[in-house]
Design a protein. Structure first.
Length: 44
């Protein structure tokens, strides 16, 4: 992969997102890539 997207979110949201992702055995980058893939697949 050769591209980056920078997103600004609330610090507490970021921490909660990363914590929940880890609890589910994932990481933030993977979940965001999955969301982008699904969004484009659905015709977003």
């Amino acid at each position: 992969m050769d591209a980056h997207i920078m997103v600004r979110i609330d610090k507490k949201q970021k921490e909660a997102f990363i914590k929940k992702a880890k609890e589910q055995g994932a990481d933030a980058s993977t979940l965001i890539r999955m969301w982008v893939h699904d969004y484009l697949k659905e015709g977003g």
